[in-house]
Design a protein around this ligand. Structure first.
Ligand code: ZN
Length: 371
């Protein structure tokens, strides 16, 4: 299928196929690195994804190279089976599969006290589904505006969707879930199973000392920045239900069996997650928030618990970036997490990219289908 579509893109008529394909092969061999449509991160382990010589004929896929998000007008992957994943700060991801755009969390306009993401909430014009992990502002502050503009279906816990309703999101777009089972949501090309998780509860002894130290060294917020942050904070909730009733993990299963596990807060695993994971051998891709503990040992411990339960082939971290000052003003390094994970599981593939850099997967290869 891959070679057929690659050839059809290269040829204008059947009569010219042979010499154009020959030319393309020569060109591809000369420009090997550029000729691959994209590098599936699982190819680093070898195996079929590393040895797929058919791909030499395929042109580079702009949907797997350009940083422009599909939701803001960028190119979608050329192949239907290609999944494009872009991390856009905190626990935000954009997933694109079969022309559908899934946004995981929606916190884009963070204000001047944060590294810029390279786009604004107002630029997001296409989304089919928005899955909200929880209702804190740094996970949902742009969900209502993006949802209303795109018409996307927005999924969240009761404490999250209450906020959306107050922000004038039409009821027909909202799906309220508890994550306690029996709520599988069917979409065109994929299903979503909400699973009740638990919000992170970082050790206050660590966070108070660390935030105090960091804030003694970093510039104070200006009154304008304070005002800006207040408006953003007001578009989420601080309801205490968020911690144990309002943090939802999502198991997304594509129509070919490829599984993605998404968890937007680095808390302990729950019995709901354990029972969901007992039904499957593991997931192809885990997109998981690291804990907010600042120091490597507790952050690593929590990430290892996640890895052991979700059994991913590929792990991508989230929520490891930070503001310049104020609340949790320190990026969590991913290297200690990746090192400990690989010490425990040498087959694991770890991936961390910068904002909006695409990571593509050939989802025809997946755990469900086997090697
Ligand atoms: Zn939170």
């Amino acid at each position: 299928m891959m070679i057929r579509s690659a050839l059809s893109a290269l040829t204008v008529s059947r009569g010219k196929t042979r010499w154009i394909a020959g030319l393309a092969t020569g060109f591809a061999l000369m420009h090997l690195a550029n000729a691959l449509p994209f590098a599936d991160p699982r190819a680093e382990r070898g195996g079929p994804l590393a040895e797929n010589s058919q791909w030499l004929l395929a042109p580079t896929d702009p949907g797997c190279r350009n940083p422009a998000m599909v939701s803001t007008g960028g190119a979608a992957p050329r192949e239907m089976e290609t999944l494009a994943v872009r991390w856009t700060g905190f626990s935000n991801f954009e997933l694109v599969y079969k022309g559908k755009v899934i946004l995981l969390d929606a916190y884009f306009d963070r204000g001047g006290n944060y590294p810029p993401l390279g786009f604004a909430a107002a630029d997001v014009k296409k989304a089919d589904v928005i899955l909200l992990g929880h209702g804190h502002f740094d996970h949902m502050s742009d969900a209502a505006s993006v949802g209303i503009r795109t018409g996307a279906t927005i999924v969240g816990a009761p404490v999250t969707t209450e906020v959306l309703k107050k922000q004038s999101v039409p009821d027909r777009q909202i799906r309220t879930v508890t994550g306690k089972g029996g709520e599988s949501l069917q979409f065109d090309g994929f299903t979503v199973e909400p699973i009740l998780g638990q919000h992170g509860t970082p050790d206050r002894h660590i966070t108070e000392v660390m935030e105090g130290a960091l804030n003694s060294l970093t510039p104070k917020l200006t009154p304008q920045q304070e005002e800006e942050e207040k408006l953003i904070r007001d578009r989420g909730t601080f309801d205490p239900r968020v911690i144990r009733e309002g943090t939802i993990a999502y198991l997304i299963t594509l129509d070919n069996g490829f599984r993605i596990y998404y968890r937007d807060s680095g808390g302990r695993v729950t019995d709901f997650e354990k029972s969901a994971m007992q039904r499957i051998p593991g997931v192809d891709l885990a997109l998981v928030a690291v804990s907010a503990d600042f120091l490597a040992p507790p952050v690593v411990r929590q990430a290892i618990e996640h890895m052991r339960l979700y059994k991913p082939e590929v792990y991508m971290p989230a929520h490891h970036d930070a503001a310049y000052s104020g609340h949790t003003p320190l990026w969590r390094p991913t290297e200690p997490i990746f090192q400990a994970m690989k010490d425990a599981n040498s087959k694991l593939v770890t991936v961390s990219r910068e904002y909006r850099e695409p990571v593509c997967f050939n989802t025809e290869h997946n755990v469900q289908r086997g090697p």
